[in-house]
Design a protein around this ligand. Sequence first.
Ligand code: TXA
Ligand code: MG
Length: 310
Amino acid sequence: MKNNLSNIKKSKYYLDKNECIGIPTETVYGLAANAYSDKATSKIFKLKKRPQRNPLIVHYYTLKNLINDCEINNNFLKLYKKFCPGPITFILKLKKNSKISKNVTNNKNTLAVRFPKHSLTRKLLKNLKYPIAAPSANISTKISPVSKKDVKDEFGNKIKFILDGGRSRIGLESTIVSLLRKPKILRLGGIEINKINRVLKAKFKYNKNLKDTIVPGQSKLHYSPGIKIRLNIKNPKLDEAFILIKKKKISNKNYFYLTKNKNLREAGRNLYKTLRMVKKLKYKSIAIERIPTNGIGQTINDRLLRASKK
Ligand code: TXA
Ligand code: MG
């Protein structure tokens, strides 16, 4: 391969060769491969150490590309019109003649689909003849990556290329909505429940009961930095990292702030980066201040609760 190719062309080159690459999205970075290829998608599972039974999300450029693979319905069209491209994933029925690899769906007849907003990844998708399967680019059960460097930390030289799109703007994974029958929220994410309610005229509520938002890959262990996490803490121990929602006047070397002014979007963007940093600094335990549960705070609390269950 010539060295002077653009990064989009390099990405296409590897994907066309059935290799996995890292791609930026507005939520988190993905580990991408040709969703129509058994060979390419099997590499994702190997690299991530992901159980085969945990299906993958497939990323499309537009609706036009999706109709070869999925049955679409009215609820889908309403949400698509309002939020796509953006941080929302739909579970739809797979068409019988779809070319999606069996690895992606674990042989089932449903498919998770998403239309990412990041401009580089959109440019890439526009140039490909197939959609891309891409779970978050982390080893299974670990924290999702929000920068090229994070992906590099996870996989080192095991992947051939990472398309650098800067820091992920949202920093939390997409909201997953099942539209197979009655709509159902399967995972909280980058789009708040009340926004989805408004479009579907539904009444989904934030529920701390984790069982209500279980999808195959959302075991309790998920989002773990591999360190003990304690939530809703006011007084941390001296030797633990203390993550605070907002910058305070007093500052200690073990204090880490998610925001300047308590903006929850900013807190979401900084969450995984901060957890990763604390881990690198070799803290053995993390205390986290109470995070408000309004807006995107629901998603932040969901992730923290899962990360704290070990
Ligand atoms: O923001 C995101 O969604 C990121 C970016 C890269 O797009 N992707 C992501 O993928 O978070 P992953 O694989 O880490 O999480 C996808 C979740 C998994 O928990 C998986 O079990 C679930 O989606 N899933 C995939 N296909 C499904 C299906 N057909 N039915 C129900 N859940 C499904
Ligand atoms: Mg993941």
